[in-house]
Ligand binder design. Sequence first.
Ligand SMILES: [Zn+2]
Ligand SMILES: [Zn+2]
Length: 364
Amino acid sequence: MRAALMRAVGAPLEVLDLRLDEPRQGEVRVRLHAAGVCHSDLSIMEGRIASPVPVVLGHEGAGVVDAVGPGVRSVAVGDHVVISWVPMCGRCHFCLHGQPQLCTSGAYTPGLMDDGTTRLHDGDNPVHHGLHAATFAEQTVVREGSVVRIDPDIPFAAAALVGCAVTTGVGAALRTAEVRAGESVVVIGCGGVGLSVVQGCRLAGAGRIIAIDTVPARLEAARRFGATDIVEGGDKAAAEVRGLTGKLGADVAFEVAGHPALQRQAWDMTRRGGRTILVGVPAQDGVTSFPSLLLAVSEKTLKGCYYGSAFPPRDFPWLLDLYRAGRLDLDGLVTQTLPLEAVNDAFDAMRRGEQLRTVIDLAG
Ligand SMILES: [Zn+2]
Ligand SMILES: [Zn+2]
């Protein structure tokens, strides 16, 4: 099958034929139809986040189950599914204590299946499964806990986005931050995830929704997705946010870009006693500084957000119901569709700050 292979940090992806094994115990093979292109893939390609290589990247995906291994009970051949990039085992401390997004089942074996091997091969060489998903390919094999069945009438492109950007963004607003009606919020970074935070805040009935970005087209998009105010990113943004919030700062500030300086800026934009939610994924060697005295006495909550604090079997169908009802715009997030052969063009556009979301069409 055709797949996009990353051989080394800094190299473009190479689209070639790879061999994919049959699914083993507790595994599912999916014929992928659509894969979204997420910024975390670019961070891996450019070395800001470590990954074993060679690896097939791509962690947003939707398709149809075409084979199941022994013991698989929750899905069957022919089911339409969305891939979840956090495999959830249902047995670890976190799965059993209401935080399945922190499941440790795959956390310490990046790129490998539970038996410590891979189903992907380049000739005789094993190839890793990027973020346990490997969706830049015509097919993938994942754990049963990495697929969520969805209704077959949902378009694959919209479904794919629910696999990362939309679940992370809407979840950040409604699950992680628990934004309440009337609260003022600020969202720094308006790509696919940030615009989903904006939509989540709109669904929560937030009062002021202030969107910040340096790209004018993204600020225009933020207005379409529910922002009430837009602010150009930069050193003056914090003062503007204070001006829009009665000099207090916002009840909730989301950092979605994944930069230490912007994490600090989000905290500065949060009112005393408010919540700062860190959604963006920074480089793994980044360090963020906060003033020690104010960190204590301002009583702000500083909270990380992983995968929108989501429980995929609960949240993917919920988000797609909102989409079907016209209350969550997923189609508007997709501004470019490319074949797998052009996957590097999607990353070039991302580097230039173009496109909200590119979807790779794998239906061929
Ligand atoms: Zn992602
Ligand atoms: Zn678990």
